[in-house]
Design a protein around this ligand. Structure first.
Ligand SMILES: *[C@@H]1O[C@H](CO)[C@@H](O)[C@H](O)[C@H]1NC(C)=O
Ligand SMILES: *[C@@H]1O[C@H](CO)[C@@H](O)[C@H](O)[C@H]1NC(C)=O
Ligand SMILES: *[C@@H]1O[C@H](CO)[C@@H](O)[C@H](O)[C@H]1NC(C)=O
Ligand SMILES: *[C@@H]1O[C@H](CO)[C@@H](O)[C@H](O)[C@H]1NC(C)=O
Length: 178
């Protein structure tokens, strides 16, 4: 078809556009299949792992475990600290638990198995807000509406790119109409 031939020169831009909307990642908790257990040593806690991992909004945590003996409880900070399993926000015991990190900030998970949380089978994940991905200390971290027209190179580039792509598509539309 003539129409698809017309689109070919724009393929790189279309691919770029799709790639820029980030896909969600699945992250296996502890990186290994059998990480949801009492840590073997204080060096091997899940929080040790979590500190070395960057979590983004939209990432999906995956736990694998034997549902006969264990579960994953999402709890409040207080219940996390006290290993209180009586009133979790959510209880998962499907042996292949997936939890999407839907907001920035902390998430707390503890084992539902008797006594396991006390022995270290627990996980705190902190999802950084998008602004914290760059320089924590720069003016970037201030919220969006800033009266002064300060230069914001990274964001400006992104907007410019999107505007450019949009413009290209509009140009294409006009060209097809003619
Ligand atoms: C923890 O790791 C350090 C080095 O990173 C090591 O010297 C120490 O023996 C480890 N401790 C345990 C209990 O494994
Ligand atoms: C655990 O939490 C429940 C309610 O959330 C509370 O009633 C109970 O006292 C707590 N247990 C401990 C040991 O803190
Ligand atoms: C950024 O700074 C805040 C305090 O202003 C601190 O709590 C947070 O841990 C820092 N984040 C990073 C990634 O350094
Ligand atoms: C953040 O900025 C302050 C001054 O505004 C400075 O004293 C501090 O060292 C900076 N911290 C980092 C991590 O760059």
């Amino acid at each position: 078809m003539g129409f698809s031939r017309v689109l070919v020169p724009f393929l790189p831009m279309i691919i770029l556009l799709l790639a820029s909307s980030e896909a969600s990642r699945e992250i296996i908790v502890g990186s290994h299949q059998v990480s949801w257990k009492i840590p073997e040593s204080p060096n091997k806690t899940l929080n040790h792992w979590a500190e070395q991992t960057r979590f983004k909004v939209g990432d999906v945590l995956v736990w694998k475990y034997d549902a006969k003996v264990d579960s994953v409880l999402e709890v409040t900070q207080q219940d996390y600290n006290g290993c209180n399993t009586t009133n979790p926000i959510k209880e998962h015991k499907d042996r292949n638990t997936k939890v999407e990190l839907v907001h920035s900030g902390p998430f707390y998970f503890i084992s539902g198995a008797q006594g396991s949380c006390e022995k270290g089978e627990k996980l705190e994940v902190v999802v950084l807000s998008p602004n914290h991905w760059k320089n924590n200390n720069s003016s970037d971290t201030t919220p969006l509406p800033s009266p002064a027209p300060a230069p914001r190179p990274k964001k400006g580039d992104a907007h410019g790119l999107k505007a450019g792509i949009l413009g290209a598509f509009m140009g294409l539309g006009i060209w097809i109409l003619m």
